[in-house]
Design a binder for this molecule. Structure first.
Ligand SMILES: Cc1cc2nc3c(=O)[nH]c(=O)nc-3n(C[C@H](O)[C@H](O)[C@H](O)COP(=O)(O)O)c2cc1C
Length: 343
């Protein structure tokens, strides 16, 4: 069913197709459309960071930036969904066009630039959602906030969102907000994370409940710098890692008519870089540090690769756009077969 719908959607410009698909899915939830499309997801529960995930396959941040479609997306069979990135105030993002399809590579390039309705809107949506599964909220900084003052933006979002979600992701790896990735470097990282962990600990005391704080990193690293930053993350009090965001590297799509578009490349071409970052993170952080593997999953076997590289959970974005909800159950089956082989 999704293949048929996708052929129609892919006739529209990518961002319009995205909005049409999400609005149709949300409208169709009253007649059970998401469940019909998602089919029956296999259970493979995971307990991690004090949370119970009904299955290990989640929706990555960026698809439902404002939390407007949680009920419909939650009914498709994901084990968890991550909404955002949101910033303290609404912002329009970059001028259009800012999203491009590379179907020959099962890939997308986007330079959306944290277009979102602001954290207060997301809080309202979280308060009213009927979805009872695990929800992560992904937070970022305003375009105009200098990197040196970024912690204040993240702490503002953290405070607002804290009582209304199950975990919070600190996004310091989008390539579409100028200088954001500087926060990943060891020069800023320790002090920045320490401010966030202190804020989270205060919120945990205030609300009597501790929400895990995760950091989402890029796939574009010099290895020495990556290991140095991972070591800072491992001792910072942060509870988990998400590897990875989109890549700036265009080697895998060289010659494609959209290869020269500015922005982050996602989908199949990012997988080798994302898997390598994941494996390095697992080696550096040890066997017990929670890691969510993300980047380039377009088949069940890709999720199995991430499991073998050390992921505790996975997330989907671009592969989900190309393959639809059947990718969720395919990934769960492949994940289970890795666990059965290694049990
Ligand atoms: C159109 C688009 C928008 C995205 N927006 C966000 C975002 O707001 N926040 C974020 O942390 N990641 C965002 N991402 C990155 C994805 O969550 C994911 O890290 C990346 O696409 C790699 O996974 P994939 O290959 O499965 O797509 C976005 C990706 C795409 C394609």
């Amino acid at each position: 069913m999704y293949g048929w719908l996708r052929n129609g959607l892919f006739l529209l410009p990518p961002e319009m197709a995205h909005d049409v698909a999400l609005n149709a899915l949300s409208a169709g939830r009253f007649v059970g459309l998401p469940r019909l499309m998602g089919g029956c997801a296999h259970a493979a529960p995971v307990d991690l960071m004090g949370l119970h995930f009904p299955n290990p396959v989640g929706l990555a941040a960026g698809l439902d930036k404002n939390g407007d479609h949680m009920d419909a997306l939650g009914a498709l069979g994901f084990g968890f969904i991550e909404v955002g990135t949101v910033t303290p105030k609404p912002q329009p993002g970059n001028p259009k066009p800012r999203m491009f399809r590379l179907p020959e590579h099962q890939a997308l390039i986007n330079r959306l630039g944290f277009n979102n309705k602001g954290v207060d809107h997301l809080v309202r949506r979280l308060k009213s959602t009927r979805y009872r599964g695990i929800i992560g909220a992904n937070i970022g900084k305003q375009k105009d906030t200098p990197v040196e003052e970024a912690a204040a933006d993240y702490c503002h979002c953290l405070e607002k969102i804290y009582p209304h979600c199950d975990y919070v992701t600190v996004n310091i790896s989008s390539p579409n907000t100028a200088n954001l990735r500087e926060l990943q470097d060891t020069g800023h990282l320790s002090e920045f994370l320490s401010e966030l962990v202190t804020a989270r600990d205060a919120l945990a005391a205030e609300h009597g409940s501790r929400r895990p704080l995760l950091v989402k990193i890029a796939p574009d690293w010099d290895r020495t710098a990556l290991i140095a930053s991972l070591e800072v993350i491992g001792t910072s009090g942060i509870d988990g890692l998400i590897t990875t965001n989109t890549t700036l590297d265009r080697t895998a799509v060289a010659g494609h008519r959209h290869a020269g578009e500015a922005g982050g490349l996602s989908g199949a071409p990012v997988k080798p870089l994302a898997d390598d970052t994941l494996a390095t993170a697992r080696r550096t952080l040890g066997p017990d540090f929670p890691i969510i593997g993300l980047g380039g999953i377009t088949r069940g076997e890709d999720a199995a690769d991430k499991r073998r590289a050390g992921a505790d959970l996975v997330q989907l974005y671009t592969g989900f756009i190309y393959r639809g909800p059947e990718l969720i159950s395919e990934c769960i089956r492949s994940w289970q077969s890795v666990d059965e082989t290694t049990a």
